[in-house]
Ligand binder design. Structure first.
Ligand code: R5P
Length: 281
């Protein structure tokens, strides 16, 4: 088995190859003078099984993934791992005339097996051209939390959609978990309803699938701090962290940010590599 790390997921691909002792192929990434991408896999793999690992954070990452898939047309079997899939949050036609962007993107990806990690809506899996499976990285976040020194910890989801993340992260730790109620006012603005949670003097870990603008987390952190939480950590699988999200979280009173390397950022202190390795082994 060979592993190909796309431009956006080189470190994660290297970690998976290290865990499984699979060969990490070297690719070249360049641009033509007009800005179009040029990709070449420099190692031989024809007739072998190949796994491409590439998050699609930007449009360019998606094109890069499509080029890698085409370059692997001579592989005997092709697995594609999309640790973070962009456009997944436009999973409905919220207003008439809108595309279901997640379906449009999924339809472009053709492989024998496709794996996503905590994709925003698992229904998207039906739109890939291949056998698609969604993996769960919350237990590895849970393991990281277990090693923190915390006072009466509780894991809280900012909305009922994320309750499964809180439950799974806390499962092996035997920790208490709960959720709040969020209303989205705009792309950047949300309100979180106060709930009678006993957080006074306790350390809280808020967990969500994505931190993008940081609006959801910042509101939740402020609320829990006002309710007397001792310290509040913001945890997520996918640290999109657009614009000034990091500043917003710390200004709201976060003690720290805990995220995985589905997107490689300074806060990616937990690796999703064991989750991927277990799935493709
Ligand atoms: C929304 O349904 C997601 O689960 C996240 O809560 C959301 O994507 C976070 O976005 P932001 O950081 O922009 O509030």
């Amino acid at each position: 088995m060979n592993i190909i790390g796309g431009h956006a997921s080189q470190l994660l691909a290297a970690r998976v190859s290290e865990l499984l002792k699979y060969k990490l192929l070297i690719s070249e990434f360049k641009r033509f003078p007009d800005g179009e991408q040029y990709i070449r896999i420099l190692d031989e793999f024809a007739g072998d099984s190949v796994t491409i690992i590439q998050s699609t954070v930007t449009d360019s990452d998606l094109v890069s993934l499509l080029l890698l898939i085409e370059a692997c047309s001579e592989a005997s079997e092709l697995n594609v791992i999309i640790p973070y899939m962009g456009y997944a949050r436009q999973d409905k036609r919220f207003k008439s005339g809108e595309p279901i962007s997640a379906h449009a993107v999924a339809r472009t990806v053709k492989a024998d097996n496709i794996y996503t990690i905590n994709i925003h809506d698992p229904d998207i899996l039906d739109h890939f051209d291949g056998n698609a499976v969604n993996l769960d990285a919350t237990p590895v976040i849970g393991k990281y939390i277990k090693n923190l020194v915390l006072v009466k910890p509780i894991i809280i989801a900012p909305d009922d959609g994320a309750i499964g993340l809180a439950r799974n992260a806390s499962r092996d730790l035997g920790l208490e978990y709960d959720y709040l109620e969020k209303t989205r006012l705009s792309g950047e603005e949300v309100t979180i309803q106060p709930k009678n949670l006993d957080v006074k003097g306790r350390d809280v870990i808020i967990i969500d699938d994505i931190i993008s603008t940081g609006g959801t987390m910042a509101e939740t952190i402020s609320l829990l701090r006002k309710q007397g939480a001792h310290s509040v950590y913001a945890a997520c699988v996918h640290p999109v962290l657009s614009n000034n999200a990091v500043l917003k979280l710390f200004r709201a009173g976060a003690r720290g940010i805990i995220a995985t390397d589905t997107i490689d950022k300074g806060v990616s202190v937990v690796s999703a590599a064991p989750v991927i390795a277990k799935a493709i082994k």
